[in-house]
Ligand binder design. Sequence first.
Ligand code: ACO
Length: 334
Amino acid sequence: MKPSNLAGAHILATGSAVPDICISNETLSSIVNTSDEWISNRTGIKTRRILPANQSIIDIATRASCQALNKADLNPEELDLIILATSTPNDLFGSASQLQASIKATNAAAFDITAACSGFVISLITASQFLNSGSYKNILVVGADILSRWVDWSDRSSCILFGDGAGAAILQSNINNDILGFQINTNGLDANQLSIASKASEEIVCNPAKLKFMHSHYDYLRMNGKEVYKFAVSRVPESIRQCLKDVNLLSNDISWLILHQANQRILNAVADKLDIPKNKIISNIQSYGNTSAASIPIALHEAFDAGKIMNGDIIAIAGFGAGLTWATVIIKWH
Ligand code: ACO
């Protein structure tokens, strides 16, 4: 543990990585009964990236992390903590330790956070608490998911939405506190609207004691799209509004709106409800689809890299998805 007396959480640098394999809507139309027109009109998605079989989540998480470390001019050994937001780990016990080994962050503690598409925002908030308490100095937060390995490629209502990717941010203790306010919400009563549920499938009987054990495996991703859509367009604006109120800001103080990239119609509806003009929405959904925990850090990184985000900008960031979970963070960019 490297205690720090600078209690602010500053976003020092960002990074992102997506696989090279690009699948268009036209290609998907040869797999399931769909069309470019339907997918484009209903979701805004044109292409998505898919991780090849010989690569793992650690490969793209490593690429995104190394890019952020390079931009921050930070040695991996200077990291005190790694938080990996993922719902598609390599290992049910967690994948953050594999990422720690891969980037040679030998001094960092590492753990996973599982919160689907809210995972990166919840991880960012968690990291800021370690910085605000003065416990740590440098924290790597990564959002990475490879849902292509968990969707049912014969289910046109879900497989057209998802893609693979990773995004990273380095947070450092600083006199400036970039994270002005946050909110995390959960509604477990609707958990069944979107899940990758565990199924006890195989009964193993051990003789001679005749004990019965179950072996588990995981089902495909299952989603009630309509219900998740309604949840997102009602809960996310509420959460952003509450967060803004808590930090004495108004909708028109927002320079950029970065939402989980689930559906362009959701991004537009949330912006409309908050009276935020469309040119303030950061969107890359057309290129990558829904990359779950990776979507927000990829969008943040690309917007920053493109020179859109300037010193002093107020950014409202909100993730939402399985759980059901939703979380907002208001950032002042330094
Ligand atoms: N191609 C063509 N037709 C389709 C397709 C497809 N890919 N998928 C569904 N349809 C059909 C349906 O069968 C239906 O036909 P019918 O009217 O004859 O019954 C019709 O299109 C309309 O289907 P809906 O489900 O009503 O379509 P909707 O406009 O709701 O769009 C979508 C579906 C895109 C899934 C939308 O509901 C959505 O985006 N939901 C939110 C998803 C989301 O935000 N997830 C975020 C979290 S992800 C996470 O946490 C991991």
